[in-house]
Design a protein around this ligand. Structure first.
Ligand code: ADP
Ligand code: MG
Length: 279
């Protein structure tokens, strides 16, 4: 019988160990014989157990960076520089607009990754029920996704992502379709899940407040081709509430700095668009 660890803290993450590094990474796509430079000179290190966010103007290469980390670059894509993700054992990716399997109940959705890995039914159900209860979903295990609110569906997706305890979770704008209140509640769940599991979280979001409320570090990317223009160290307490922290003066100070940097980036993008339009 396979004895699965309970979903409590894994071994204490060793923060000094990098799990993802990129060195002068450049990514270009080819579309109709035209080269599109998506990323340029991206050098970053993400340590084990960190919560990192990537923010930047739309189209600046954030999803591209997640794809590279996940090893999902499409054939024909030019990769310059280097990246190293060999420290990752298991990775999971919550894509933008990802949904649950509509024909499966909540519990059968949540247990799918364990099923794929050949974990016996009783074991996987036990583990799923523990997690569903811990994250406020007990009583819904036999419901179908259509019977749940958007926020609950997103929570189920996140539990499904974390059930087999990947070391790295990539999240591409996972909350963008939800209303503000549901988002705020789920942000708190994200923090709880991150603290409970010790996973490395890499979140792409266009919501600056979300990035500050959740992360330990935030990388701001420039307009395309995306370069890292600034790294923000979020020196807020780790044991925080994603909701309550927003009234903290330090939160607001970081928020002002980020807005000012992001505005510069967006304006640069507009200027370039105008120049292109003129020629
Ligand atoms: P973001 O997630 O920051 O909005 P993306 O990484 O999705 O940005 O895209 C960066 C740029 O690369 C965009 O201009 C996009 O149109 C282009 N792009 C992304 N994927 C491909 C692809 N497979 N082929 C061609 N161009 C692409
Ligand atoms: Mg994207």
């Amino acid at each position: 019988m396979i004895n699965l660890p309970v979903i409590e803290l894994k071994e204490q993450p060793n923060m000094s160990l990098p799990t993802i590094t990129t060195q002068n990474l450049g990514i270009s796509y080819w579309s109709k014989n035209k080269r599109i430079d998506a990323l340029q000179n991206v050098s970053l290190t993400i340590n084990r157990g960190e919560f990192i966010s990537l923010i930047g103007p739309s189209g600046c290469g954030k999803s591209t960076l997640l794809n590279v980390i996940a090893g999902l670059t499409s054939p024909g894509t030019d990769v310059n520089g280097s990246f190293n993700t060999s420290g990752i054992k298991e990775i999971d990716y919550l894509f933008q607009k990802q949904t649950l399997l509509p024909w499966r109940t909540v519990i059968d959705n949540v247990t799918a990754p364990l099923e794929i890995r050949g974990i016996p039914r009783t074991e996987r159900r036990k583990k799923a029920l523990t997690m569903l209860e811990k994250y406020g979903l007990s009583g819904f295990e036999n419901s179908f996704p259509r019977e749940l609110s958007g926020g609950m569906q997103q929570r189920v997706l996140l539990i499904r992502t974390l059930i087999y305890q990947p070391d790295v979770v990539l999240l591409d704008e996972p909350l963008s379709s939800l209303d503000a209140q549901t988002r705020a509640l789920l942000q708190d769940e994200f923090l709880r899940l991150w603290r409970d599991t010790g996973c490395t979280f890499v979140l792409v979001t266009h919501d600056l407040d979300e990035a500050i409320a959740l992360s330990e570090r935030v990388f701001l990317l420039s307009a395309r081709p995306g370069r890292i223009v600034k790294e923000f160290q979020i020196d807020l307490p780790t044991e925080r509430s994603a909701i309550a922290i927003r009234t903290d003066p330090r939160f607001q100070q970081i928020q002002r700095e980020m807005w000012s940097e992001l505005t510069t980036q967006v304006l640069q993008q507009q200027d370039r668009g105008f120049a292109l339009f003129k020629t």
